[in-house]
Design a protein around this ligand. Structure first.
Ligand SMILES: [Fe+2]
Ligand SMILES: [Fe+2]
Length: 160
């Protein structure tokens, strides 16, 4: 269980780096709303990592931060970027579900309780990113569309 939790620590760390790197792409393109949104996501992923880190040492085991690969730096478009965010969140959800499966199988009630928060969080995040992709699809990326998409994403940030 500890090894699996440690692998999740590294994955959350990668998620944070991925979203921070994505925010730089948005920043360079003048997409302030998206950049701010992604920076906030990056901070939240760091929280997810720290929460796991703390849980592991509280159980008396040693948390270990593994290697993280470098995130991509280039994206084709704003829709390409947020589609990659959704794909990544779905991957993370799969990993959380697998962790939960292991905790249940091992009758590790403490981990089941701990992981429940991540199950809810993944549901929330997938929903939020799906909302972003819906807005992109409705507004469309042609002409000044990207400007309005970015503004809508900035407004979502204020509501969250
Ligand atoms: Fe996360
Ligand atoms: Fe996430």
């Amino acid at each position: 269980m500890v090894n699996k939790l440690n692998a999740q620590i590294s994955l959350e760390n990668f998620s944070s780096n991925l979203y921070l790197q994505m925010s730089a792409w948005a920043e360079i393109k003048g997409l302030d709303g998206s950049a701010a949104f992604l920076r906030k996501q990056a901070k939240e992923e760091l929280d997810h990592m720290h929460r796991l880190f703390k849980y592991v040492y509280e159980t008396g085991a040693l948390p270990a931060i593994g290697e993280t690969k470098a995130p991509p730096t280039e994206f084709k478009s704003i829709s390409d970027l947020f589609q990659q965010v959704l794909d990544h969140e779905k991957l993370v959800t799969g990993k959380i579900n697998k962790l939960m499966d292991s905790a249940l199988k091992e009758n590790d009630h403490s981990s089941v309780d701990f992981l429940q928060w991540y199950v809810s969080e993944q549901h929330e995040e997938e929903h939020t990113i799906q909302q972003v992709l819906d807005k992109i699809r409705i507004i469309g990326e042609s002409g000044s569309g990207v400007y309005f998409i970015d503004r809508a994403i900035g407004e979502m940030l204020r509501k969250h």
